[in-house]
Design a protein around this ligand. Structure first.
Ligand code: SF4
Ligand code: SF4
Length: 224
């Protein structure tokens, strides 16, 4: 599995923050993940990031746990449409460098917090490591986003909020056809998360996405 394989490959220079990070992060609610998956992800990222900027490190690990849940949600339905019925092959919506966390309008926001900027920097470094690991044996697709391989994105865990939440109109319509109006709250939450200006750490994620997806895709929740 690409996420586990990348996490296992990460250098572990400093274990000193792991216990504290587990204490703060592991007890939170991650409905789409098993406890074992949560603990292992926190341990690997904490051991990799070490003592660097405790607050930002924990925000970034928390973001990764959120995106891992969004990954499960996309796998529950939307990704099959992207893979088989995308109206814009071969690159779909990956036509530009959407992985860059803060675009010009985010950077011009007068409310930018230092923590949000620092998160963007740390996530950018992790994106490079994740993409490099996931490129092994894959050909890249020139002319589009530089992280796009011939068979899809080389990021899973550290996608930007824009990449992680984007659903094109055709995909939205397909989800509405398949699930009826029950899909609307999730679609609205995804759209809000995708288009919100990132100026503080809370703008990186939208917990309503998780809540609404748990209603729409109950079969994707791990068995208790
Ligand atoms: S979101 Fe739409 S454009 Fe993007 S890959 Fe999926 S189907 Fe294609
Ligand atoms: S990072 Fe991945 S999902 Fe985002 S635009 Fe690039 S290839 Fe597409």
């Amino acid at each position: 599995m690409p996420i586990e394989s990348w996490l296992s490959s990460l250098a572990q220079p400093d274990h000193s923050a792991i216990d504290g990070d587990l204490e703060v992060l592991a007890g939170r609610d991650y409905p789409f993940l098993t406890d074992a998956c949560v603990s292992s992800q926190i341990e690997r990222l904490s051991g990799h990031l070490g003592r660097r900027h405790q607050n930002v490190r924990r925000l970034v690990i928390g973001y990764s746990l959120y995106i891992r849940q969004v990954d499960v949600i996309l796998q529950s339905g939307p990704r099959a449409f992207c893979g088989g019925r995308c109206p814009k092959p071969p690159a779909g919506c990956c036509n530009r460098e959407h992985f860059v966390v803060m675009n010009v309008s985010d950077l011009m926001s007068s409310r930018n917090s230092p923590a949000a900027l620092h998160m963007a920097h740390m996530i950018g470094l992790l994106q490079q490591t994740e993409s490099a690991h996931n490129r092994a044996g894959r050909a890249m697709r020139p002319g589009y986003c530089s992280l796009l391989a011939e068979d899809g994105c080389t990021l899973r865990l550290f996608k930007s909020p824009r990449c992680a939440h984007f659903l094109c109109e055709d995909l939205e319509q397909a989800m509405l056809r398949e699930n009826g109006v029950a899909a609307q709250p999730l679609l609205s939450a995804m759209k809000r998360a995708e288009s919100s200006t990132i100026s503080s750490p809370t703008d990186y994620q939208n917990q309503t996405v998780i809540t609404e997806a748990a209603r729409l895709y109950p079969d994707s929740l791990p068995q208790a």
